[in-house]
Each structure stands twice: as structure tokens, then as C-alpha cells.
Design a protein around this ligand. Structure first.
Ligand SMILES: Cc1cc2nc3c(=O)[nH]c(=O)nc-3n(C[C@H](O)[C@H](O)[C@H](O)COP(=O)(O)OP(=O)(O)OC[C@H]3O[C@@H](n4cnc5c(N)ncnc54)[C@H](O)[C@@H]3O)c2cc1C
Length: 459
């Protein structure tokens, strides 16, 4: 039986493992932590903007498993949640961005997805960090791993999928991004640093750039312990899982030079916290001096300016006792965009013959595109290993388009990209509008996938 080795169990790796199982392979998933889902353990907002067409497509393509699980662990009161976007997101066209939105519970999603992988017979090796590869010509034959930090082993396979993401590790965060924030998704001090495995295997990789050209970007967003908020904000969070907190005057949003830099392509802000394009900007609030908080289990968090000195944060009404949960200590910004890999539209990584990628390792940002590309990588890894032609999804689909668009974006980013290509907002959502995919609905997606000959392809 064909054996596929998936390296990294975030949203992309989970989907890749199931995709490869569905295509008939034996699958081993190597995860350096003792939990799955990576950054997805702190993300959770689904079906905003371009995420929605991607979600509809993966169902039509016959790969509903990961989405079904996330749907099962969605939070309650999602009607209140959707309604709470207004009036903050009330500019013309912005309603389309959020009308399908919902959130999964970031705490219960991980064990639920673990059960899903068990059900699909995926073998998971925990605390297993891939550190090197061995090749014959351009075929990877095995990866070297460290199990429980220090125990060396080799894992052989017919095909390999690199879904190690682009966040961290400590060596990059400390040197280039202002320090380790002890982020809850990488846990490098415990489980070891991120490794640029594709780079070690001979692929071309490239990091995002900060304003001054330093590699790796700072990603804004601060998560607060819900219990440390005032009762009024706690009640509002219980009602709609999201609150908008006016803080202008207390915190000077516009003076932080980095917070909106890397996200300006992603959320459509203009680099200084104002919406660049009302129809595709996440920051459509006319007064951008607001703080969106999402209720995520133990976290209240959201996209806002950070780092914010604690003494300033506590001046916001209702935040007098607030304690930041992440970045731990509240200072520094999340570190992302390291060692992104160039790949073909089939997700094979040249010049390697049997090495594939998906998700944020290929600069594809957001849970849903990570899921969609994960399935494709798993599917193609098996096709490649069994001598079949690899599938490239046409650009008439959002899934095919975001892969091709992202790779073009990487190739054309002289010196390294400085913004994200994210499905949910910003310049990529503008593109989905321009090519007629967004706004989307079930019938439209069904036809689009059928016209491309992809109905139930992953089934
Ligand atoms: C603060 C923040 C909030 C976000 N919120 C949202 C949101 O609400 N909705 C949304 O759709 N998107 C959101 N995103 C984006 C989304 O979370 C990411 O794009 C997505 O989770 C990335 O998934 P991934 O599988 O590509 O990588 P990751 O989630 O980074 O997973 C990589 C996995 O690989 C493992 N790994 C790494 N190196 C090795 C190795 N050498 N050996 C073995 N295992 C290894 C890691 O431990 C990890 O489990 C957010 C991102 C951030 C930073």
C-alpha cells in the first residue's frame, strides 16, 4: 500500500491526512506538539468573505469531513454573532462579507478532529519533530525526526506532505520579530523550533518581510482572559461572542508602525488602520478606533493593535483589570510568514518529485483554504505515488484560483511578500469579486464545481 507521510497536523495537515486516506493510502502524521490544529487552536472564525466560496466548493468536491467536525463544535448564538457585526461593518457591500460567518469552539475542535483522524485510521506520532530529509535524486525517501525532543528516528514513505506552517520558531521570533511570545500554537520552548524542512530538501523558500526588510512579519491581535473583563463586556460576549470596544483616545492606533503592515493585504486596511476598500475590508467600521473582541473559550481576543502596554490597555472602560492571555505578557506581536515554499499548482514542490505542501507553508492563509489545499495535496500525493497524473484545479474555482494567485504573488514579490494572501478580505477578496466568484451561494458553487468536472472528485 502507498504510504504518505504528513508533516504537521494543523488544519492543512489534518485535511491532507484524510485526503490521502480517502485516496487509498496508509497515512502517518508527524506532529511535533501533543495537540493538533496548530494556529487553528486560536483562530475559529469561518465563512467570512472568500472563505465561504471555498467552503461551498470543498463540499461539492466530496470532502466534507473536516468542515463537518468544525460545524459540530460551532458556538451557539451565531445569529447574534452575525448581527453584532453591525453597525460596525455597515458600509455598502460589507454585509456580504459577514452574513454567513460563524465561529467554532477552539477548545473542543482539537479533540474532535483527533477523533476524526482516529476514525479515518491515520496513525499519529506525537511529539515528533521532523528535522531533516534523505533523498535519492529528487525523491525524498525518508525524514529524520526527533521524538520526545531527543530520540532520533527515520520515517520512510512514498510521498511526503509538508504542512508545517509558517509561524515561529523561537530562533526567528527572537532574532527578527521582537521576541518569543510563548504563543499557544507553536509551543517551541516545550516541543522545539520550527524547521524549514522543504528548504532542507532543496526547495526554494522565501520569508515575508517587515517594513525595513527584516524576514518574518509581526501579526497583530491580542487575546484577553474573558474573566478579567468587566461584567458588562462578559455579558455582551456571552450574547454574541463578539464585542466592539471603542478605545480611541485611550490607545493611539495609528502610531504603531508595524501592527497594520502585514495585515493590510489581508484585511484591506490601508496600512494605517483605515479601510482601503469598503467592500472587501474587514475594517469597515467608519471609526477604526475600535477593538473587536471574539469570545474564544478562555480567550477574548480579536484583531486589534498590539502590542499595547498594559497600563494603557487598562484605561479602556471595562478593561481596568484586564489580563492578556496572548501574546503572553501582552508585548510583541505574533511572528508569521517564515520560509514560505514555492510549489506547482498541483501543490507538488519542485524540484522534488514526491514532496507536496498545503496551507500556510505555501502562504495560503485561513482555515478554509488550508483545508481545501490539504485535501488536494493528500489526493495528489497518492496519485503521484501510484503513477497517475496530478490534478490541477482550474482557476474558475476559488480553490484553484487561490493556489495559482498565491504562487504568482510569491514569485512577483521582489525581496519577499509584505502582506498575506488571505481568503477572507482585502486584495484577494477584491479579486474574487472581480472574477465573479464572490458573492457566492450554494447553487452557484455547485455549478462552478460541476462545470470544472470536479463534483465529488475527492470522494
Ligand atoms: C492570531 C491569528 C488568528 C487567526 N484567526 C483566524 C480565523 O479566525 N479564521 C481563519 O480562517 N483563519 C485565521 N487565522 C489564520 C489561520 O489560523 C491559519 O492560516 C491556519 O491555521 C494555518 O494552518 P496550517 O495548517 O497551514 O499551519 P499551522 O496551524 O501553523 O500548523 C502547523 C503544524 O505543523 C506542526 N509542525 C511545525 N513544524 C513541524 C515539524 N518540523 N515536525 C512536525 N510538526 C511540525 C506544528 O506544530 C503545527 O501543528 C489566524 C491566524 C492568526 C495568526
Amino acid at each position: 500500500m502507498t504510504k504518505v507521510v504528513v508533516i504537521g497536523g494543523g488544519s492543512a495537515g489534518i485535511a491532507a491526512a484524510i485526503g490521502a486516506r480517502k485516496a487509498g493510502a496508509e497515512v502517518v502524521l508527524l506532529e511535533r506538539q501533543d495537540q493538533l490544529l496548530g494556529i487553528g487552536r486560536i483562530a475559529g472564525s469561518m465563512d467570512v468573505g472568500g472563505r465561504y466560496p471555498l467552503h461551498l466548493e470543498i463540499l461539492e468536491m466530496g470532502a466534507p469531513e473536516v468542515n463537518e467536525v468544525l460545524d459540530e463544535v460551532s458556538l451557539d448564538n451565531m445569529d447574534n454573532y452575525r448581527a453584532s457585526h453591525y453597525p460596525w461593518h455597515s458600509l455598502p457591500g460589507s454585509e456580504e462579507m459577514t452574513k454567513h460567518s460563524w465561529i467554532y469552539n477552539v477548545l473542543t475542535a482539537e479533540p474532535a478532529l483527533r477523533r476524526l483522524l482516529e476514525k479515518w485510521g491515520v496513525q499519529i506520532i506525537w511529539r515528533c519533530r521532523a528535522v531533516d530529509v534523505e533523498k535519492e535524486g529528487q525523491r525524498v525517501t525518508r525524514v529524520k525526526v526527533k521524538i520526545d525532543r531527543y530520540k532520533d528516528a527515520w520515517i520512510e514513505g512514498d510521498a511526503f506532505i509538508d504542512t508545517t506552517g509558517s509561524a515561529g520558531g523561537m530562533k526567528d521570533c527572537t532574532k527578527n520579530v521582537g521576541g518569543c511570545t510563548m504563543c499557544p500554537w507553536m509551543q517551541c520552548p516545550t516541543f522545539g523550533d520550527r524547521v524549514n524542512l522543504a528548504g532542507k530538501a532543496g526547495a526554494t523558500t522565501w520569508s515575508m518581510r517587515q517594513k525595513d526588510g527584516t524576514p518574518g512579519v509581526k501579526y497583530n491581535g491580542i487575546y484577553l482572559y474573558k474573566e478579567s473583563l468587566s461584567q458588562e463586556w462578559k455579558d455582551a460576549l456571552a450574547y454574541s461572542h463578539q464585542i466592539f470596544v471603542p478605545f480611541r483616545g485611550e490607545i493611539d492606533w495609528d502610531t504603531d508602525p508595524e501592527w497594520s503592515w502585514a495585515t493590510r493585504g489581508q484585511d484591506g486596511n490601508d496600512g494605517e488602520g483605515r479601510p482601503a476598500d469598503a467592500e472587501t475590508s474587514w475594517r469597515v467600521s467608519p471609526d477604526t478606533g475600535r477593538f473587536r473582541l471574539l469570545d474564544r473559550g478562555i480567550f477574548a481576543g480579536g484583531a486589534g493593535p498590539s502590542p499595547i502596554p498594559l497600563e494603557k490597555l487598562r484605561k479602556v472602560p471595562g478593561f481596568e483589570n484586564v489580563v492578556p492571555a496572548g501574546p503572553v505578557g501582552g508585548m510583541n506581536l505574533w511572528s508569521l510568514g517564515h520560509d514560505l515554499v514555492f510549489c506547482e499548482n498541483t501543490l507538488r514542490v519542485p524540484p522534488l518529485e514526491n514532496y507536496y505542501t498545503a496551507g500556510s507553508k505555501a502562504h495560503i492563509v485561513d482555515i478554509q483554504p488550508c483545508i481545501n489545499t490539504g485535501y488536494l495535496a493528500g489526493f495528489n500525493a497518492v496519485r503521484g505515488a501510484t503513477g497517475k497524473e496530478l490534478i490541477e484545479l482550474p482557476r474558475t474555482t476559488a480553490t484553484g484560483d487561490i493556489i495559482a494567485f498565491t504562487q504568482e504573488f510569491l514569485r512577483n514579490s521582489d525581496g519577499g511578500p509584505t502582506t498575506f494572501v488571505s481568503a477572507h478580505a482585502g486584495h484577494y477578496l477584491r479579486r474574487l469579486k472581480d472574477i465573479g466568484i464572490f458573492p457566492d451561494n450554494e447553487e452557484k458553487a455547485k455549478k462552478r464545481v460541476a462545470d470544472a468536472g470536479l463534483t465529488n472528485i475527492f470522494a
